[in-house]
Design a protein around this ligand. Structure first.
Ligand code: G6P
Length: 600
């Protein structure tokens, strides 16, 4: 999703620094980029489609030294990813970069056209820029804070802006509503950025701008104003992230590196939270749980549903945040609302959290990104401590969410045999996951069988079905193979018509109570020509005729439901990775995808 960086420097390196920072936002996903600088007494804009490297190539021979720069990666919403539509945008004496969506841009555009403004792009951002120019020039509100404040009152939707006025080219103005934006305090200058990872190479000191607040930033001073334009003191936070130049650590891809981090991340989470008060929720206080999230985080929630319903016996529904926020959900004071988000900034998830907070629900957030909006606004937050996740397709982000949900469930169990077994087993999780990674040749073998296929089906029951949902999403995200996940018993109610000779069906059957049922469903697909890939555990495999109905089998060690869930999730991630690799896909930055989805 769009990323913003801006820098105002004591020296003339703003362009270089802003581009360096922008590169650290590449992980968010984008399709064009641009930068505005003040050089030779005028604001100059450079833009390019595709990767930031293309933008760098474009400006490499130009003298681009500057004290100030605003830079942007654009993930197209309004208008194609062309150079013209890329940010920064400029109108009269205003230049800006924007993250978010201006929902009333058509209305504003018509108004501005009647007032003599013309437009070159299809973007909502150009309209926002023109509207600020209108307030500044036509309404003659020359106090810049007042101008921004007034203009923003008439913008509907979400925005984070970095703004430069031609007549004050050594000051950077920034404001936001419902889109992330921080202000960084550096030794040689000050920053704006969509998140701390972008600027951590230069500073770990930052403030989070509240909605409607405006920052006035020069190279040696930051002034923050509230929505009434009163000067305010915001708490300067210190991030404990560290900058690591060689972030791939020798791995070919961030995704691979992040998968390899899972054993430690998950083991550390269990050590940190298991049987600890901080992660113990008195579930008995609630009569139902709503888990609300998007994408893979929602899939983690599906695992949570099975765990909470099976072990804690609390009715749990998993809700897609973009649906939940508009459906007038039935929330009572006995509803626990669990909000899951790796980034903590997903627009729909954040809106769902605010809705639940507004009706007085107890909200618990499971978040990776420190101090993100969701982490700050939930009544309680449990961090997943997965560390920065750069690959767009989440891996350790998702499994760490599953781990926290598992821990909440385990902590809610009374001391009994079940709890003892689970506790004993989770102590081995690091080793178990490392061994799962070691099964790489088997994943490569499966990848070899499926990478040339157009359609793949994942089937499973219970928690295995939830795992199928994520396995299927991961595969399509990074390999572009169409795939669908089905509850194993449901496939025959229609979709089985798509099974042809050789169509791969990946079946997961790790639950002994559902094993025979899933096997029957696999056989139904096999009878119609499917190429079956069967994933199960050793003791279950030993007691059945696996070889008769499986073209390929993946046999995992026997272990508890909690451990096996992590193991299967990791194995499916590696199968997707190997498949995408065989297809030569851009695994870390899949086309069209954004990591942090800060618009609706
Ligand atoms: C995007 C990402 C997914 C992620 C989802 C929710 O679609 O590509 O990997 O699961 O957003 O993101 P969140 O940050 O809220 O977990």
């Amino acid at each position: 999703m769009c990323g913003i960086t801006g820098y105002i420097s004591k020296t003339n390196d703003a362009n270089t620094v802003a581009i360096n920072c922008l590169k650290n936002l590449e992980y968010r996903g984008y399709d064009s980029s641009g930068i505005a600088i003040f050089n030779e007494n005028k604001i100059k804009l450079y833009k390019s489609t595709g990767k930031i490297a293309n933008l760098c190539e474009k400006i490499k021979d130009i003298d681009t030294t500057s004290k100030i720069a605003i830079a942007h990666t654009r993930w197209a919403t309004h208008g194609k990813p062309t150079e013209t539509n890329a940010h920064p945008h400029r109108c009269k004496n205003i230049t800006l970069v924007h993250n978010g969506i201006i929902e009333n841009y058509i209305e504003l555009k018509e108004f501005l056209q009647k007032n003599g403004y013309t437009f070159n792009t299809q973007t909502d951002t150009e309209v926002a820029c023109a509207y600020i120019a209108y307030v500044y020039n036509d309404l003659n509100i020359k106090d810049k804070l007042k101008c921004i404040n007034e203009a923003c009152k008439n913008l509907k939707g979400s925005y984070a802006f970095g703004i430069i006025f031609d007549d004050e080219p050594e000051t950077l103005y920034a404001t936001r509503k419902d889109s992330p934006l921080i202000v960084g305090y550096g030794d040689n200058g000050n920053f704006i950025s969509s998140d701390i990872t972008a600027i951590i190479k230069y500073t770990n000191k930052y403030v989070i701008l509240n909605d409607y607040y405006i920052s006035k930033i020069t190279c040696d001073k930051v002034e923050n104003y509230d929505e009434n334009l009163n000067l305010v003191n915001l708490e300067i936070k210190t991030s404990d992230l560290t900058y690591n130049e060689n972030t791939k650590n020798g791995y070919s891809h961030y995704m691979l590196k992040e998968i390899h981090e899972e054993p430690t991340v998950i083991a550390n989470l269990y050590k940190r939270y298991l049987d600890k008060d901080i992660a113990t929720i008195d579930l008995k206080k609630f009569d139902k749980i709503h888990i609300v999230a998007c994408g893979s985080a929602m899939h983690a929630g599906l695992i949570g549903k099975y765990l909470f319903e099976t072990y804690a016996r609390i009715e749990t529904t998993v809700e897609i945040a973009s649906e939940y926020r508009y459906k007038n959900p039935i929330i009572t004071d006995k509803t626990l609302v669990i909000i899951i988000s790796q980034s903590g900034e997903t627009a729909d998830t954040l809106a769902a959290l605010r809705l639940a907070n507004n009706v007085g629900a107890y909200t618990l957030a499971i978040v990776n990104q420190e101090n993100s909006s969701i982490a700050r606004e939930a009544k309680k937050c449990l961090y997943t401590y997965a560390g920065p996740e750069i690959a767009v397709a989440t891996t350790k982000g998702y499994t760490s969410q599953v781990a926290v949900l598992s821990i909440i469930m385990i902590n809610s169990l009374k001391n009994n045999n079940l709890k003892d077994t689970i506790l004993k087993e989770t102590a081995t999780i690091e080793n178990v996951l490392e061994k799962t990674i070691d099964m790489l040749p088997e994943y490569k073998n499966i990848a070899n069988k499926i990478y040339e296929k157009n359609d793949i089906f994942f089937i499973g029951r219970g928690i295995d079905y939830a795992l199928c949902m994520e396995g299927s999403l991961k595969l399509k995200e990074i390999s572009y193979i169409h795939s669908e996940a089905y509850a194993a018993g449901e496939l025959k109610h229609g979709t089985i018509s798509l099974i042809e000779n050789g169509t791969p069906v990946i079946a997961i059957a790790t639950d002994e109570t559902l094993f025979e049922k899933t096997v029957s469903n696999v056989k139904e697909t096999k009878a119609r020509g499917a190429y079956t890939i069967f994933i199960t555990t050793k003791s279950l495999a030993d007691n059945t005729d696996v070889d008769d109905f499986s073209d390929v089998k993946l046999i995992l060690n026997d272990m508890s439901k909690i451990n096996i869930t992590h193991v299967v999730a990791l194995a499916l991630q590696l199968i997707s990775f190997e498949t995408a690799k065989l297809k030569n896909c851009d695994i870390d930055k899949p086309k069209n995808l954004a990591k942090s989805v800060t618009v609706e």
